[in-house]
Design a protein around this ligand. Structure first.
Ligand code: SF4
Length: 745
């Protein structure tokens, strides 16, 4: 058959074989405003699919068929055309755990075709010249090949499913284009049966959290930039713009005389000449030496023409022309080290100004870093997905006071994942989320900063850049790839600043699992919420608030979402806690406190139930649902919380009629009289260290009397805890008596 889409599925069985001039997809599916003539054609070796994405953060989605071996290329292209134009076959839609849609998004199409390209090259190496030569034994080897190339679980799953998709379309393809059923799709087969293939599914739960040693200083740097540095950067941004806005569109009469008078003034007062120090300094200097001999030379840097022009209200050409025609006017004028704005620098790092001044050439870089810090703050502390963040619009965040006086910040925006029409197809532009996201104050602040920094409706416009390239197929918002690159550059800048201020402890190290990307933030936030409530004080409080805001943002949503990621991380943290608890007890540690018995029982029960490992979804659900195993013991804590909601003194609604008990403790409000507390010898060692630290602080230097009294009080309380622990602790296992252990040890 010769190719028109209408022939497929409408007028009887037809096989996909488009002619070269057939569009790769119909105009009706393209972004509004796309011309029919701009659509890619089947015969093109490069298919640009970006017009299928109607979102603002869309970017190029080009598929390059040239890199598919020639012998296999036509077959893969015909199959590709089928995947774009024919609905996903039922067999894929209805298989267990499937999340595929009747019609794929451009990103999914591109991933599928990239996987095919890799398969095609591998097949060519195995002397396959036509898809119908692909047999079972060949496919059986492919997952192993992928694993040997270093691909991790998620990507291997994607590649295998792309092959499954190729097979699923076989009935619609020419006989020569049909592959056999992949062995992992045979009845009873599991992907994990194949060497190198993953045993479970992929998805957000397998995303690796950013390492805590990376995320903590990165977040501290972002919050400091948005909170402390933002006023200075925004003031410099405004000053630089008003300086440049004063440059008239055409030369002003009398301008040259003003420039001469200005230079004379500099000469008389000894003030420095504004000098250009931008990235192109070297190239400009070379060009000027050729075109304007005398203007520059050894020991004479380039004057900052636009700075001078803005200062005097003349054109930059007037400045350039005068300096070229009358180089002597610079005689006796001292050159500066740059072109600093008059903007005062108010923020401090460690008690000194965070920078000496702000050069007009640095303003755009600083503004881009500030926008990146705001992006990081919003993306990480809101739990929103990358595309949701990048499509946010001006005015999206509102503050409202509740009856109880607390302030809630709400973000209204578009969401994309799982947004489908009545046929189950993804709506390319997403839709406004019916339930706004609840966010904490720093997110609101970051959005306010962005609203001041950018123009137009979007908070993350693509044009807010030093080198935005206008391309027809790009959306108006920043793409995820650009956003990730900005985050990397922000981290490098923050590290330079930390080095300048000799704050090596604030340096952001490289993440052992690769680049810090927006996709990893949701999982990372969940990790921190469950493990670091007692970490750095400021961050600990933020994470405490974050759990509540995520709960409000995602509560009541039945499908997989942020809460599931939070649950997974909570279960993993509890498993770690109980594994460690069992280890401590086995080592002969003593336990004290009103909940000591429950702590010991929980460690024993966990050891008996999960000694072989803790991996499946069912296991983590069971752990979360077991009220006897709700044990919370973040690193460096001074106690363990054996959470029983009915006893939790940190729950302000405990015992109130109609009040829902809290599912997790609020460790930032922990009460020393709570019946959920237990302590092991390890906690008491930490308490002893704290007593020693306080002693050293008092002995170290002059501490004001009221503070000294407070420290002494704290010391007395801690000493009391140590004494009580030593007097009342119980030892479930004696280190001297190995027979006192669980059977099987
Ligand atoms: S008061 Fe402390 S020990 Fe009690 S439930 Fe809350 S966090 Fe746990």
């Amino acid at each position: 058959m010769s190719a028109a889409p209408r022939q497929l599925g409408h007028e009887g069985p037809g096989l996909v074989n488009p002619t070269p001039d057939v569009p790769v997809f119909p105009a009706g599916r393209a972004r509004p405003g796309t011309r029919e003539s701009d659509l890619p054609r089947f015969g093109d070796l490069r298919w640009q699919l970006a017009a299928l994405d109607h979102g603002a953060s869309g970017r190029s989605q080009a598929v390059n068929w040239e890199s598919v071996p020639v012998s296999l290329r036509a077959g893969f292209m015909r199959a590709g055309w089928a995947v774009i134009n024919l609905p996903t076959p039922e067999i894929l839609l209805h298989r267990s755990g499937s999340s595929t849609r009747p019609r794929l998004s451009p990103g999914s199409l591109k991933r599928t075709f990239s996987a095919w390209r890799r398969l095609a090259r591998w097949l060519a190496q195995h002397q396959v010249t036509c898809l119908d030569q692909v047999d079972r034994s060949l496919l059986e080897k492919y997952p192993q090949f992928l694993a040997e190339r270093g691909l991790t679980r998620g990507p291997v799953t994607t590649e295998m499913f792309a092959i499954t998709r190729l097979w699923a379309y076989a009935p619609f393809l020419l006989p020569a284009d049909r592959i056999t059923m992949p062995p992992w799709d045979e009845p009873g087969a599991e992907p994990g049966d194949f060497p190198g293939a993953p045993a479970g599914g992929a998805g957000e739960n397998t995303t690796i959290p950013v390492h805590p040693a990376v995320m903590s200083p990165l977040l501290v740097a972002a919050l400091r930039t948005v909170t402390d540095f933002a006023p200075d950067i925004l003031a410099a941004w405004r000053d630089a713009r008003s300086l440049l806005d004063r440059i008239p569109p055409a030369p002003r009469p009398g301008g040259r005389a003003d420039i001469r008078a200005y230079l004379q003034r500099l000469r008389d007062t000894g003030q420095p000449l504004p000098v250009f120090t931008g990235r192109q300094t070297g190239a400009l200097a070379r060009a000027h030496r050729v075109t304007q001999p005398g203007k520059t030379g050894p020991g004479r840097p380039l004057a900052h023409n636009r700075f001078i022009a803005g200062t005097l209200g003349v054109t930059a050409v007037q400045v350039t022309a005068l300096l070229a025609a009358e180089p002597d006017v610079l005689e006796g004028v001292r050159s500066g080290a740059g072109a600093p704005l008059a903007t005062p620098v108010t923020a401090q790092v460690g008690g000194r100004s965070w920078r000496d001044g702000i050069d007009v050439e640095d303003v755009m870089d600083l503004a881009v870093h500030l926008a990146a810090a705001a992006l990081l703050t919003v993306a990480y502390l809101s739990g929103m997905r990358p595309q949701e963040v990048l499509n946010l619009e001006r005015g999206c965040c509102t503050a409202g006071q509740r009856e109880d006086g607390t302030v809630r910040y709400l973000i209204t925006g578009r969401h994309f994942k799982g947004v489908t029409d009545e046929d189950g197809n993804t709506i390319p532009g997403g839709q406004t989320r019916s339930q706004p996201w609840t966010v904490i104050e720093p997110v609101h602040r970051a959005i306010t900063v962005l609203e001041e920094l950018t123009e137009g409706p979007l908070l993350f416009p693509r044009r807010f850049s030093k080198a935005a390239k206008p391309r027809a197929y790009l959306g108006d918002a920043m793409s995820v790839i650009t956003a990730n690159a900005r985050i990397a550059r922000f981290a490098a800048w923050a590290n330079t600043l930390a080095a300048e201020h000799r704050r090596e402890h604030e340096v952001i190290p490289a993440d052992p699992d690769g680049a810090v990307t927006m996709r990893r933030f949701r999982r990372t936030a969940a990790w921190f919420i469950n493990r670091q409530p007692g970490g750095r004080i400021a961050l600990g409080i933020q994470y405490g608030h974050l759990r509540a805001s995520f709960g409000e943002s995602y509560g009541g949503r039945s499908r997989v979402d942020m809460l599931q990621i939070l649950d997974l991380e909570q279960a993993l943290a509890t498993a770690d806690t109980l594994t460690e608890a069992a280890g401590r007890l086995n080592d002969g540690e003593g336990v004290s406190g009103p909940a000591a018995g429950r702590y010991i029982a929980a460690a024993r029960e966990f050891q008996a139930a999960y000694a072989g490992g803790f991996a499946s979804k069912r296991q983590y659900r069971a752990l979360l649902d077991n009220p006897r195993l709700q044990v919370f013991d973040p690193p460096q804590a001074l106690l363990t919380c054996n959470h029983d909601p009915l006893k939790a003194l940190c729950d302000p609604n405990r015992g109130k009629p109609g009040g829902q008990p809290q599912r997790t403790p609020s460790q930032d409000r922990c009460h020393s009289a709570c019946a959920n507390i237990s302590r092991t010898d390890t906690h008491v060692e930490r308490i002893q260290a704290e007593v020693g630290r306080i002693e050293a602080e008092i002995a170290d230097g002059p501490v004001p009397l009221p503070i000294q009294q407070r420290l002494r009080q704290r010391q007395a309380t801690l000493n009391e805890i140590i004494g009580r622990h030593q007097a009342t602790r119980i030892h479930p296992y004696s280190p001297e008596d190995p027979s006192d252990r669980d059977p099987g040890e």
